[in-house]
Design a protein around this ligand. Structure first.
Ligand SMILES: [Zn+2]
Length: 430
């Protein structure tokens, strides 16, 4: 259990303290799901594994208990549907149930379980809604088993790629045969696709996986969008030479140039308000007594603003070229990966803001530097995200931790966001 505060924490808004019991249930359920693991002393649950099937079963039980009709779609995603008045459009709440190896117990899982808790409350209070609600536990987000991320949310969004069927896992099992073993028809995964006119939107609660909310001393935040990323490999080529006999002014030192480059990357990112990282720097030949002749340097540039990300990339590459030219070094750039940023829908951000405002908490917006299912779902409907604080920003790590009260905050925010979206929809259709 990760409950760190007592249930009677003083000076919590009433709406939040009312959610403490439900938050305690969520934390217990996170622990139960954590026991479904392929690693004996750690958490690991990958797409279409035996543990994935067991997690779907466990979650189906909770969906049913909360008054929903549970089902598994053609991609192996688990769904619960709540439509007491026969509603035919749906607001979808959820996240993913798979994990990285040696994972924490909240990444993704918390969003699925919070969705179930919200429906449970709406069903108990008999709240009338102008749309139905679906809760989803996507089977794959992390890309661990087959090396491709967001496969399940892409199936939902209608962008499943059938060429993925040939992908293999570590043991050589193809995605096609893994689907068959799981009881799915590989040729029919495309049927998991939803039609946009059936969807009101997708709302995902997730741990922040970063340190910002903790630094701001806030339990919850509104996600503005999910950052896009550009990844490149920059190769600096100079001349490897004797470290004793080559005078300083006659060197073409690739590493000295790259070092300037790293500093320039940091300065440019700070000036533009984006993030840019050099995560790898390999100097060759790598002798203590050799002037480095060649350096391979990775560059990762991200922003929620597509134009700013492109501007950042261009400014950085222009600066690196100048540094290289000044030192007689040649430079080569190879793109490795590019993903566009995804914005959270304005009306969903506002609904989350109204909810948080109603809880008397400061409304704080932040971008997501990590990818999420919402990224894939955004191609089929509007998306919104709520972040909750996690200790030290730690994630993809068994030390991942959330507090009981923060889960109650997140739950209250999610519940009230649903109510605001419902009010807006009812008002717009009047
Ligand atoms: Zn996640």
């Amino acid at each position: 259990m990760s409950i760190t505060e007592s249930d009677n924490t003083p000076d919590l808004p009433e709406k939040v303290s009312r959610n403490l019991p439900a938050a305690a249930v969520i934390l217990e359920r996170c622990d139960k799901l954590a026991s479904l693991s392929s690693m004996p002393d750690a958490i690991c649950r990958t797409y279409l594994s035996r543990e994935h099937g067991l997690a779907n079963e466990m979650v189906s039980g909770w969906l049913t208990e909360a008054g929903m009709t549970a089902s598994i779609d053609a991609a192996g995603n688990v769904f619960g549907r709540y439509a007491p008045a026969g509603q035919d459009t749906f607001l979808v709440l959820g996240s993913h149930l798979d994990t990285v190896p040696d994972a924490g117990r909240y990444d993704g899982i918390l969003g699925v379980l919070s969705g179930i808790a919200v429906v449970d409350q709406l069903a108990r209070s008999g709240t009338e809604l102008p749309f139905g609600i679906e809760v989803v536990g996507f089977g794959e987000e992390e890309g661990v088993r087959f090396g491709t991320t967001l496969m399940c949310s892409r199936a939902f969004a209608g962008t499943w790629d059938s060429s993925w069927l040939a992908l293999t896992d570590e043991s050589g099992t193809t995605l096609e045969s893994a689907l068959e073993t799981f009881g799915m028809d590989p040729q029919r995964v495309g049927e998991a696709a939803r039609s946009p006119d059936q969807l009101e939107g997708y709302l995902e609660l997730h741990i922040e996986q970063g340190p910002v909310l903790e630094a701001e001393d806030l339990p919850v935040g509104i996600v503005t969008g999910i950052a896009g990323a550009q990844r490149l490999l920059v190769t600096w080529t100079g001349t490897a030479a004797h470290a004793g006999t080559t005078p300083m002014d006659l060197r073409r030192d690739a590493l000295a140039a790259a070092a300037r480059g790293v500093e320039f990357v940091e300065r440019t990112a700070l000036a533009l308000g984006i993030v840019a990282t050099v995560g790898q720097l390999v100097a060759e030949p790598g002798g203590m007594n050799v002037v480095p002749g060649r350096v391979t340097m990775s560059l990762d540039v991200r922003s929620v603003d597509a134009e700013l990300m492109e501007q950042g990339k261009q400014e950085i590459l222009a600066g690196l070229s100048r540094i290289a030219a000044d030192r007689g070094i040649s430079m080569d750039v190879q793109p490795v990966h590019a993903a566009d940023p995804v914005a959270c829908a304005e009306h969903m951000r506002q609904a989350v803001a109204s909810a948080i405002n109603g809880l008397t908490a400061p409304v704080f917006e932040l971008p997501s530097g990590a990818g999420h299912d919402a990224m894939a779902v955004a191609t089929v409907c509007d998306v919104g995200m709520i972040f909750i604080r996690c200790a030290a920003g730690l994630s993809h790590n068994p030390g991942e931790s959330v507090s009981h009260t923060d889960v109650a905050w997140g739950l209250a925010a999610l519940h009230d966001t649903v109510l605001h979206l419902a009010e807006n929809k009812a008002r717009d259709s009047r």
